[in-house]
Design a protein around this ligand. Sequence first.
Ligand SMILES: [Mn+2]
Length: 350
Amino acid sequence: MKYNEKDIFRRLQEVFDDEAAREQVLDLATGRYVVFSDQHKGQRDGADDFWLCERAYLAALGYYLEAGYTLLALGDVEELWECRPKKVIKAYRYVLEVEGEFYRGDRYARVSGNHDDEWESAASVEKYLGDFFPGITVRQGARYKVTDGGEALGVLFLAHGHQGTTFSDRNKAIAKFFVRNVWRPIQRLFNIRSTTPAKDFVLREEHDRIMYRWAASQSKVVMISGHTHRPVFMSATHHAQLERQLVQARKRLAASPQSREAIESLAALRAELEWVKAQDLGGSGRTEAADGSEKPCYFNTGCCSFSDGDVTGLEIAEGEIRLVRWPDDEGRPVAEVLARASLKDVFAKV
Ligand SMILES: [Mn+2]
């Protein structure tokens, strides 16, 4: 399968424009936000990718709940391609209750993804999620006007990222009805998997690039998405960032070829690069330019269903945007900050 960039651009633009009327304010001076996506909560069987991550996710939620953060859930929060909603709700009642605490404190927003597009139906939302999020509206995107103590910096746009790539998203209401009520039950019954950028490394890289290009085509817009299950920070993956650092380290070594320290830091970087690169299976890790000249306009949360039990997300707090992973390097229930930047600086460059 190959993506149609036109379809993706058109659908992202539609969601972006649609959310304009509801644009909310995100003030860096006072607000604290955390964005998580792709939990894929299942029904606690062998196919449930969230089960192993539940502990890290709950620890993170516990922290953000007490620290006053607003939780932004960016799609594929439940795995409804493989499971019936009723079973997922039953299996993860406690996790949903903790998420619901954010909502009751008016510190929660939810965006739908392709695996939980069931929530595009208000009736389904009320029936299954109503206990935890009474009266909630789930949309395909969220748009925030970012301010810093009154000064407007630009627009933060959140969408799951599947827009324009799935059958139901490319077609209109009838397709949605058909997918939900006819196709989904058949898919579950025969356990039919679809090709997704979360599992296919070539697709993933292509998809990240298209989303980057859409965000880069806008002015003063920073986009956060999920869907690909690969964290991206300021338009670069960890892999791409390490490649850039390696170039710098080689320059430092060339300037002082005898420096033991320069050799050691180059060697350590190369080790880390190979470690990360092997997971990218031939991908370059880059969204666009090889020289690091990208606009820092595209971010991806990663996911909350990594096979090693880790979860990644993006914090927006204290004027910064931070890519974090739970647990930390020592396996403790603490956030490990993988990358950080001032949001004001980011907006200045987009
Ligand atoms: Mn997805």
